[in-house]
Design a protein around this ligand. Structure first.
Ligand code: ATP
Length: 312
C-alpha cells in the first residue's frame, strides 16, 4: 500500500458567499466540510483511483474524531496517532465572483513526547508500506528536520519517499544523506532553494536549474506548470509534459492530485512516460471538479490519452 502522511490535517470548511461583507454578519447556506490537509487530498485521489493506501499523521479531540469518521465514510483507510490537542479547521470563503479569502488555523503544537511516539507509530506503518508520500507544512512544535528524520526511517526500511513541502523543511531534506525519491517544487520554491529568480516559461533555463548540485541524489524533480503541464527531471533525462486545454472549475488541490498520480504511477512500476501522463491526468481531473482533491475516474482514460510527453 501507499502510506500518505498529513501531520497537520484539518477540517476544510468552504463558505460560498455572493459578497463578503466586512464588520457585519455574513449568512451562509451551502456550507461544505471535508477532511483536508494536502496529504488527505492526495489520499482521496489515490483512493478514488482504486489504489490501496493508509493515511497517517497526528489527530486530536472531537474535530479529529469527526475527521476520522469522514474518512471512514469515504472508505479511506487511516491510522493516525491520537494527541490531546484539537485538530484544526481551515475556512475558505468563496466570494465576489471568483475571490477566495482563507482563514487557516495553525493547529495543535506537538509535544516532544508525541513527536517521538509518532516516529514509533510510523515505523510500524512503514512495515506494510511500498511507497510513502509526505505533504504540506508541519505542525508547530516539531523540529525543522522532522520530515528528514521520517525520510531516514523510511530509507532504513527501503521505502521510497515522494516529498511535497517547502522552505526550510524541504532544504533540510535535500541536505540530508538519505534523499527523497521525488520532490515537486513550484517556481517560488525553486527560487527559494536556488537563491535566484526562476522563470518557469523558459524550459532551457529550468533544465539548467534542475542540475544544480543541491538536487544531487534526488531521482525525480517535477515542476508543475498549471495549464502548461509540467517540466520534469528523472535522473539524467528531462521532459516537458504537455496537456490539452480544459474547462477549469476549481484548481485548488491540483498539485496534491498530481502527487497522487505520481505515487500511483511509481508504485505500479510504470514507464517514465506513463508516470507523467498519470500525474498530469489526475491534476487535470481535479481542476474539472468543484471539490478539492476529487477526480472522476470515468474521465481518466480520455484525458490520459491527450497528454503528450516530449524529451527536452
Ligand atoms: P497547488 O496550488 O494545488 O499546490 P501546484 O502549483 O502544485 O498547485 P499546478 O501546477 O497549479 O500545481 O497544477 C498541477 C497540475 O494540475 C498541472 O500540472 C496540470 O496537470 C493540472 N492543472 C492545474 N491547473 C490547470 C489548468 N488551468 N488547466 C489544465 N490543467 C491544470
Amino acid at each position: 500500500m501507499i502510506l500518505t502522511v498529513t501531520l497537520n490535517p484539518s477540517i476544510d470548511v468552504s463558505y460560498p458567499l455572493e459578497h463578503l461583507k466586512i464588520d457585519t454578519v455574513n449568512r451562509v447556506k451551502n456550507v461544505r466540510k471535508t477532511a483536508g490537509g494536502k496529504g488527505l487530498n492526495v489520499s482521496r485521489v489515490i483512493h478514488m483511483l482504486d489504489h490501496d493506501l493508509t493515511a497517517t499523521g497526528f489527530i486530536g479531540g472531537y474535530f479529529g474524531k469527526w475527521l476520522e469518521h469522514q474518512l471512514d465514510q469515504d472508505g479511506i483507510a487511516h491510522d493516525f496517532l491520537p494527541i490531546d490537542a484539537e485538530t484544526r479547521s481551515s475556512i475558505a470563503m468563496l466570494h465576489d465572483g471568483g475571490k477566495q479569502t482563507e482563514i487557516l488555523e495553525a493547529g495543535p503544537t506537538i509535544t516532544p513526547e508525541d513527536a517521538q511516539k509518532f516516529l514509533d507509530h510510523f515505523d510500524k506503518l512503514l512495515n506494510q508500506a511500498d511507497l510513502l508520500t509526505i505533504s504540506g507544512s508541519m505542525p508547530q512544535g516539531l523540529p525543522e528536520d522532522y520530515y528528514t528524520q521520517m525520510i531516514a526511517h523510511a530509507g532504513a526500511k527501503n521505502v521510497e519517499v515522494l516529498l511535497d513541502t517547502s522552505g526550510a523543511t524541504l532544504k533540510s531534506a535535500l541536505e540530508a544523506p538519505v534523499k527523497p525519491l521525488l520532490i515537486k517544487p513550484n517556481e517560488e520554491e525553486l527560487a527559494g532553494l536556488l537563491n535566484r529568480e526562476v522563470d518557469k516559461t523558459d524550459y532551457a533555463a529550468l533544465k539548467q536549474d534542475l542540475q544544480d548540485p543541491i538536487f544531487d541524489g534526488v531521482d525525480w524533480i517535477v515542476v508543475s506548470l498549471g495549464s502548461a503541464g509540467a517540466f520534469v527531471k528523472h535522473q539524467d533525462k528531462f521532459y516537458h509534459a504537455a496537456i490539452p486545454k480544459i474547462q477549469v472549475v476549481n484548481p485548488v488541490g491540483s498539485g496534491d492530485s498530481t502527487l497522487a498520480g505520481l505515487a500511483m504511477g511509481i508504485h505500479d512500476g510504470k514507464s517514465d512516460e506513463d508516470i507523467m501522463k498519470t500525474a498530469m491526468t489526475t491534476g487535470m481531473l481535479n481542476t474539472m471538479e468543484a471539490e478539492t482533491g476529487f477526480v472522476n475516474p470515468a474521465k481518466f482514460a480520455t484525458y490520459f490519452a491527450k497528454v503528450t510527453i516530449e524529451n527536452y
